[in-house]
Design a protein around this ligand. Structure first.
Ligand code: GLN
Length: 476
C-alpha cells in the first residue's frame, strides 16, 4: 500500500518508529493529487500547491497533514467558502480547531477542500470552483456540502479532513463517499473561526478513513473555548478508550419514521443487514418513534435560512473579499452582492429574510422554533430508554451530477435523515455499511445523547471491526 492510502493512526505508528518520514508521506499525497485531481476536483486553488514538505514538529501528530474545508479560517491560507464574494480573503487568524491541530503537531494542508458555497447544499454543485466528482463514480456527486473533504479522504488524496455540518454536511458526503463522518454535539467543538452558516446548528467535525482516526481527531478539536460563547465545558475525553468493541446489552432504537416511502429499496436492505450485524454483536434493537420527524426539513429550512440571511449580511464589499466597482456606495453594496453570491446563496438570503420579516416572523420563524423544541423532546424521550438510535444516513446513495440542481426541493430532501440531529443538537456518526449493486457506498447513521460521543465511537468501532466495508477503495 502507498503511504497516502493509510489511516492517520497507521502513519503515526510508522512515523514514530521512523519507518517512514513526513516527506515521504507528503510526496505520496502529492503524487496522488496530481494524478487524480483533474478528474475529481476535491481541492480548490490547486495552483497554490507548491513544493511543501510539511512542518515536522515535536507534537504527537509529527507533522501529519490534515485537509480543511474552505469555510474554516486558516491564517494566511485563502478561506473563501467557495464563494466569489470572499475572493482573496486570507484570514489573519486561525480558527480554534486549527490552533488546536497545530498545537498537536499537525500540518495544515496548504490547499483547501471544495464545498457548496457557504455550505449551502447536498452535492457540492453550488461551489464557485465547480463540482467535485464522486471517486466511486465520476458521474455522481460526492454529497455536500463537505464533498471535497469526503472525496479527498475516500480517494486517498488526504489522510483525514475537517468538515462542517449544519444539516448533514459531514455525514451525508461521508455516506456517499464511503468514509466515516461525525457531527459532534452542539457546543462540543468551538465554532470560532468557522464562517457561520446557521450559528445555532453549525458544528465542525472529522471526516476520516476509519473510526479510530475520528476518535483521535475529535479528542484534539473538542473542548471549551472562551472565544465561542456557545461552547460547553465538558472536558476533553480520551475517545480512543471507547474503541473496545463491546456493545453487548446496548439498547438501540430504530425509529419507524425513518423507514418510509422515498427510501431506496437497496439502501433499505443494506441498512437492515447492518442492524442485524449489531444484533449479532450483542445489542438489542426495538422500534421507537420520533413523531415530529416529518416537520424537520421544513423547520430546518426556515431556521437555517433565517440565520444565514443574517450571517451573510456582513458580506457587502467593504471588509472582505470581492468588491464591485461603483462610484456610489449603495450601488457598490448592491452590485457586490448581486455579482458575488451564487444562486443558492441568494435563494436562501431571500427565504430567510422573508421568514424574519415583520408580519411573518411569528407565523414562520417563531413557529419553527417551537417545533424544533418538539423535535428535541422526541429524542430526549427515546434516550430515556435507549443508548443510541440507528438509521440510514441518507435515503439514497450518491445521485448523478445535475440530477437535482433544477429542483431545490428535491435537493433539500436529501437531508431528511440528518437534519433532525442538528435541530436537536445531538451527536451522530456515519460509517460505511455496504455498497449498492452499482458499486456506490451506503452509510449507517448512529445517534446518541448530547455529549455522548463515546457511545457513537463504541458502536461504530464495534461495527467496523466486524465488517470490511471501510477497507474497500475506489478504483480510479
Ligand atoms: N444540505 C443542507 C443544506 O443545504 C445541509 C448543509 C450543511 O450541513 N451545511 O442546508
Amino acid at each position: 500500500m502507498d503511504l497516502n492510502q493509510l489511516t492517520a493512526h497507521e502513519l503515526l505508528a510508522k512515523l514514530n518508529s521512523q519507518e517512514t518520514s513526513l516527506k515521504a508521506v507528503m510526496d505520496s499525497l502529492y503524487a496522488r493529487i496530481h494524478k487524480v485531481e483533474p478528474k475529481v476536483n476535491a481541492y480548490i486553488r490547486r495552483q497554490e500547491l507548491k513544493d511543501f514538505t510539511g512542518n515536522s514538529t515535536s507534537g504527537f501528530l509529527k507533522g501529519l497533514p490534515i485537509t480543511i474545508k474552505d469555510n474554516i479560517c486558516t491564517e494566511g491560507i485563502s478561506t473563501e467558502c467557495c464563494s466569489k464574494i470572499l475572493q482573496g480573503f486570507r484570514p489573519p487568524y486561525d480558527a480554534t480547531v486549527i490552533k488546536k491541530l497545530k498545537e498537536s503537531g499537525a500540518t495544515i494542508f496548504p490547499i483547501k477542500a471544495n464545498m457548496d458555497e457557504f455550505a449551502f447544499g447536498s452535492s457540492t454543485e453550488n461551489s464557485y470552483f465547480g463540482v467535485t466528482h464522486n471517486p466511486w463514480n465520476l458521474d455522481c456527486v460526492p454529497g455536500g456540502s463537505s464533498g471535497g473533504s469526503a472525496a479527498a479522504v475516500a480517494n486517498d488524496e488526504a489522510i483525514w479532513a475537517l468538515g462542517s455540518d449544519t444539516g448533514g454536511s459531514i455525514r451525508q458526503p461521508a455516506s456517499f463517499c464511503g468514509v466515516v463522518g461525525l457531527k459532534p454535539t452542539y457546543g462540543r467543538v468551538s465554532r470560532f473561526g468557522l464562517i457561520a452558516f446557521a450559528s445555532s446548528l453549525d458544528q465542525i467535525g472529522p471526516i476520516t478513513k476509519d473510526v479510530q482516526d475520528a476518535a483521535i481527531l475529535m479528542g484534539i478539536i473538542c473542548g471549551h473555548d472562551s472565544k465561542d460563547s456557545t461552547s460547553v465545558n465538558q472536558g476533553t475525553p480520551n475517545y480512543t478508550k471507547s474503541l473496545h468493541g463491546d456493545i453487548k446489552g446496548l439498547k438501540i432504537g430504530i425509529p419507524k419514521e425513518y423507514f418510509v416511502e422515498g427510501m431506496d429499496a437497496e439502501v433499505k436492505v443494506i441498512i437492515e443487514e447492518a442492524i442485524e450485524k449489531l444484533k449479532t454483536l450483542g445489542a438489542t434493537t426495538k422500534q421507537v418513534s420520533l413523531p415530529h420527524t416529518d416537520y424537520a426539513v421544513a423547520v430546518y429550512y426556515i431556521i437555517a435560512t433565517a440565520e444565514a440571511s443574517s450571517n451573510l449580511a456582513r458580506f457587502d464589499g467593504v471588509q472582505y473579499g470581492y468588491r464591485a466597482q461603483s462610484d456610489n456606495l449603495i450601488q457598490m453594496y448592491k452590485s457586490t452582492r448581486a455579482e458575488g453570491f451564487g444562486q443558492e446563496a441568494k435563494r436562501r438570503i431571500i427565504l430567510g429574510t422573508f421568514a424574519l420579516s415583520h408580519g411573518y416572523y411569528d407565523a414562520y420563524y417563531l413557529r419553527a422554533l417551537k417545533v424544533r423544541t418538539l423535535i428535541k423532546q422526541d429524542f430526549d424521550k427515546v434516550f430515556q430508554d435507549f443508548d443510541c438510535i440507528v438509521t440510514p444516513t441518507s435515503p439514497t446513495s450518491a445521485f448523478k451530477i445535475g440530477e437535482r440542481v433544477q429542483d431545490p426541493l428535491k435537493m433539500y430532501l436529501s437531508d431528511i435523515y440528518t437534519i433532525s440531529v442538528n435541530l436537536a443538537g445531538i451527536p451522530a456518526i456515519s460509517v460505511p455499511c455496504g455498497f449498492t449493486k452499482k458499486g456506490l457506498p451506503v452509510g449507517l447513521q448512529i445517534m446518541a445523547k448530547p455529549f455522548d460521543e463515546e457511545m457513537l465511537f463504541r458502536v461504530a468501532h464495534a461495527f467496523e471491526q466486524n465488517t470490511d466495508w471501510h477497507k474497500i477503495k475506489p478504483k480510479i
